[in-house]
Write a protein that binds this ligand. Structure first.
Ligand SMILES: Nc1nc2c(ncn2[C@@H]2O[C@H](COP(=O)(O)OP(=O)(O)O)[C@@H](O)[C@H]2O)c(=O)[nH]1
Ligand SMILES: [Mg+2]
Length: 255
């Protein structure tokens, strides 16, 4: 079993080395291998040059876009290039801790879930500003109301999926609308979003945080926009992983 870790990066020169060290060493569920896909999105602060030192690193694939599009566009490039059975989004900063990966990936590995979100609010989020807290609560409330999701953290960056499920979704996001778009679409496809508690250490604008209040408004609009309207045809199916339960289901069918 393999997990593709997708890291969208834009101007993260101050923390990227630390992030790379963490993601190369973080433990994974037993028997799971990793592939790290870094998508540098036209960085202008030296991140692009720094990433060149990882071009030959085993398990790491670096993609460079010539111009800055946004986190959503970067994630779509990562998803299109992922070869793992599972896909996990890892931000290129220190707000989320890869030591939580085992917790996030285990429900996928044992076949107990197809979509897992790491919830900051089931843990103890550190340093989150009131405005961000409020935006998170509004987006999660809207998700529960519109999509009956019963979750505690919609906008968390730690989102993990069975790769065949994520690859079948047509995503349109460019910037920070990845979270609401993918949440809306997995719910409309009928997937249960399984949550596990994670740690979170917020950073401020001075430390490189790029998300703005306008992105919160756009996220809310995205949740509303995808609620009604026809769902687009899914993309051609990829092979699901042989987790315990899919293997059992296959065995059961062959009897
Ligand atoms: N590829 C790409 N990544 C971005 C862009 N803007 C932000 N990111 C990355 O997305 C992640 C989250 O950004 P951040 O500002 O911390 O927002 P938050 O964690 O969602 O509140 C970080 O890894 C950023 O480097 C962008 O324009 N392109
Ligand atoms: Mg962040």
């Amino acid at each position: 079993m393999k997990v593709s870790i997708i890291i969208p990066v834009y101007n993260e020169i101050n923390v990227l080395d630390q992030v790379m060290e963490r993601v190369l060493q973080a433990p994974l569920p037993d028997g799971m291998e990793r592939e790290i896909i870094v998508v540098d999105d036209g960085s202008t602060d030296g991140t692009t040059e720094l990433l060149k030192q990882y071009h030959e690193t085993p398990l790491v694939v670096v993609h460079h876009s010539q111009v800055n599009f946004g986190k959503g566009a970067a994630l779509r490039i990562g998803i299109a290039n992922a070869t793992g059975d599972f896909i996990l989004v890892q931000d290129g900063d220190m707000e989320y801790d890869p030591n939580d990966w085992v917790r996030v990936l285990t429900p996928l590995a044992i076949g107990a879930a197809t979509v897992v979100y790491g919830s900051r609010f089931q843990g103890r989020p550190k340093g989150m500003k009131f405005a961000n807290w409020l935006a998170n609560k509004i987006l999660t409330g809207a998700t529960n109301l519109l999509y009956g999701a019963e979750i505690t953290d919609e906008a968390t960056a730690y989102k993990a999926f069975r790769a065949d499920v994520l690859a079948s979704i047509r995503l349109r996001c460019i910037r920070f609308e990845f979270c609401p778009e993918v949440t809306a679409k997995v719910r409309r496809m009928g997937h249960v979003i399984h949550e596990v508690p994670i740690s979170y250490n917020a950073r401020g604008v001075l430390e490189g945080k790029k998300i703005r209040w306008q992105d919160g408004v756009e996220a809310l609009w995205t949740l509303l926009r995808y609620r009604w309207g026809t769902m687009e045809q899914p993309l051609p199916a990829r092979r699901p992983p042989s987790t315990a339960s899919t293997a059992n289901a296959r065995a059961a069918r062959s009897i």
